[in-house]
Design a protein around this ligand. Structure first.
Ligand SMILES: [Cu+2]
Length: 305
């Protein structure tokens, strides 16, 4: 009787093991498309896999991961994805690009990619320094859930506190000595400074220093890794941007700039695997961006009527 039970138990184990093996194989097969590759080490913007750097490959859920920054992980994503690129012009105004009050930074981002289910790269280093009584860089764009290290490389104490751009609520990270730093992970779900999203605008934190009132910077918090920072040239008043490794699909492209809005406020873009989609953008004062949108709206209303 014991031997019958033993054989029965072994059969169950074999059957269960066989079932899970099949699941693994099908996951590997599915790993050939960008959508099914979920890897916590993929740095989409810099086109690398960071698994190998901190030897965190075991955290990577991608069946293609080889633990190499040039491994099959990122190669598979590159092959299955497309690129969005283009220029950003400045319409009917001029952007100041020099000094601590520079407005040269433009964030270009995709509003929604699938379910926005792309884990932020936990080991990626994002820093904001305080040097010469200026926050450097002046604007950073991060994926929600990213840790930012705030440094003090001045000869004086500095403080960091945030003001929510929309609610006006504040959060104080504290004051610290030269050479010291503080980490802060921006997480919209648990953030004390509750972020109230307005449709069409990313969540933005104004970064300030209580000790030096002239200091200010911005953290733009986005919902997926498909964004980039562009810099407006002082001479040409133009910038170039590229968003890499985008899964094929139809998306809404938007921009964030401290003063200027995207003409029409958004652009629709179609991405195909292995192809480059060129979308040239123009940013302008709010009044022109809105006029453009109203004209479009009224045309549509006339057609319908
Ligand atoms: Cu300061």
């Amino acid at each position: 009787m014991k031997s019958v039970r033993y054989i029965f138990s072994i059969s169950v184990i074999v059957l269960v093991t066989g079932f899970f093996s099949m699941q693994v194989v099908s996951a590997e097969e599915a790993g050939n498309t960008a959508k099914s590759i979920v890897c916590s080490g993929i740095d989409y913007q810099n086109d690398t896999c960071l698994c190998a750097i901190e030897k965190q490959c075991e955290k990577c859920k991608c069946a293609n991961c080889t633990g190499s920054s040039e491994g099959q992980c990122i190669t598979a994503i590159r092959q299955a994805s497309g690129t969005i690129t283009g220029s950003i012009g400045v319409f009917k105004t001029k952007v100041k690009t020099k000094g601590p009050k520079s407005y040269k930074d433009v964030v270009v981002y995709l509003e929604k990619v699938g379910d926005n289910d792309f884990p932020p790269v936990s080991i990626k280093e994002v820093r904001m320094d305080q040097k010469g009584l200026v926050f450097i860089p002046h604007v950073i764009a991060i994926q929600n859930g990213t840790n930012v290290e705030f440094l003090n490389n001045d000869n004086d104490k500095h403080n960091v506190y945030f003001i929510n751009d929309k609610s006006g609520k504040t959060k104080d990270l504290g004051t610290w000595q030269p050479g010291e730093s503080r980490d802060h992970m921006f997480d919209k779900k648990i953030e004390v400074v509750r972020v109230t999203a307005i449709v069409g605008e990313p969540d933005t934190m104004i970064v300030l220093c209580k000790l030096h009132l002239e200091m200010a910077a911005y953290v733009v918090i986005l919902d997926n890794p498909f964004f980039t920072m562009a810099s407006i040239d002082s001479e040409t008043q133009k910038a170039q941007y590229t968003i890499k490794n985008v899964p094929p699909g139809k998306y809404v492209l938007r921009t964030w700039h401290k003063k200027l809005k995207l003409m029409g406020l958004k652009k629709e873009v179609v991405v195909e695997a292995g192809k480059k989609t060129t979308v040239d953008l123009e940013i302008t004062k709010k009044k022109y961006a809105n006029i453009n949108l109203e004209v479009t709206k009224s045309k549509y209303a006339k057609k319908k009527g």
